[in-house]
Design a protein around this ligand. Structure first.
Ligand SMILES: Nc1ncnc2c1ncn2[C@@H]1O[C@H](COP(=O)(O)OP(=O)(O)OP(=O)(O)O)[C@@H](O)[C@H]1O
Ligand SMILES: [Mg+2]
Length: 255
């Protein structure tokens, strides 16, 4: 794996209609850093990740990944493609192509996003399938895979891009409980490679274990952030305290 670039987000704003969803978000992420985002539903966590990959276009703000700077006011198609080569996305619902096999889901991404040759993409896909323990499922279609296996393909596809920043939007929350563990294990393996990761999750135990920093978002803003012990055990803002109290009431956390 090549060394990763630093990420710098400045003044990101996004509205849907009259609703302001991201309010002047600024955030720097160091190479290899693992940042977990938590916060109430509807707070803009997914929108933040989607804006970083330009799945949603920010209204204003700048995203810098190493030497690539994308300003929302003048982002061209080639800027957006360059950004997508440098950030990869793991979706809550896997977002696999149903009519493509596990291998084809990965090769497709390498061909369209990275412009790789079919042959190069196939070689890389098989490497990734071995790494994720899915090589025997290479020719299976998503419908023939368990939820956990489908999400491992989703993560494998994002790993294959060797991006500077991997974005994970609640990667385990659509899974039956029995498949959560294998997906978190794969994410731990990704982390061990010093991959820079920005993860939205409700798995608080996992967040505590994996994060260098936890960010609490509420109502489109970063309210508070810090190392896991600090943020989880000694939160300062009343909104953070209220949120953590609520999740501790509902958390039945087998990990
Ligand atoms: N494409 C869209 N069109 C209109 N409104 C949207 C769109 N996407 C998100 N929103 C609104 O933006 C707000 C933030 O949504 P977002 O999905 O980012 O929240 P979230 O923090 O990820 O919530 P959750 O924890 O439920 O996933 C919500 O009010 C949502 O309804
Ligand atoms: Mg969300």
């Amino acid at each position: 794996m090549t060394s990763k670039a630093a990420i710098s987000i400045k003044g990101l704003n996004k509205s849907f209609g009259d609703t302001s969803v991201l309010k002047d978000i600024s955030l720097d992420i160091a190479p290899g850093e693992r940042v977990v985002v938590i916060g109430p539903s509807g707070t803009g966590k997914s929108t933040l990740l989607r804006c970083l990959n330009y799945l949603d276009r920010p209204d204003s703000g700048t995203i810098r990944v190493g030497d690539l700077t994308v300003e929302s006011a003048k982002a061209s198609r080639s800027d957006i493609l360059a950004l997508r080569r440098r950030t990869s996305f793991v979706f809550q619902n896997y977002a696999l192509f149903a009519n493509k096999t596990a291998r084809e889901n990965i090769t497709q991404a390498l061909i369209t996003v990275k412009g790789q040759s079919k042959q190069g993409a196939a070689t890389r896909a098989d490497e990734i399938l071995r790494e994720t323990g899915l090589i025997d499922k290479a020719d299976s279609y998503p419908a023939a895979l368990s939820g956990g296996q489908q999400q491992r393909v989703g993560i494998g596809r994002a790993m294959a891009l060797d991006a500077d920043l991997m974005l994970f939007d609640e990667p385990t929350s659509a899974l039956d409980p029995e498949w959560v563990g294998e997906v978190l294990d794969l994410m731990r393996r990704v982390a061990e490679k010093h991959q820079t990761m920005l993860i939205v999750t409700h798995e608080m135990q996992f967040a505590r274990e994996i994060a260098d920093r936890i960010i609490f978002m509420s109502d489109g803003q970063i309210v508070e952030q810090g190392p896991p012990e600090q943020l989880l055990e000694n939160p300062q803002d009343p909104r953070t305290k209220a949120f953590l109290w609520r999740v501790s009431k509902v958390a039945v956390d087998p990990y």
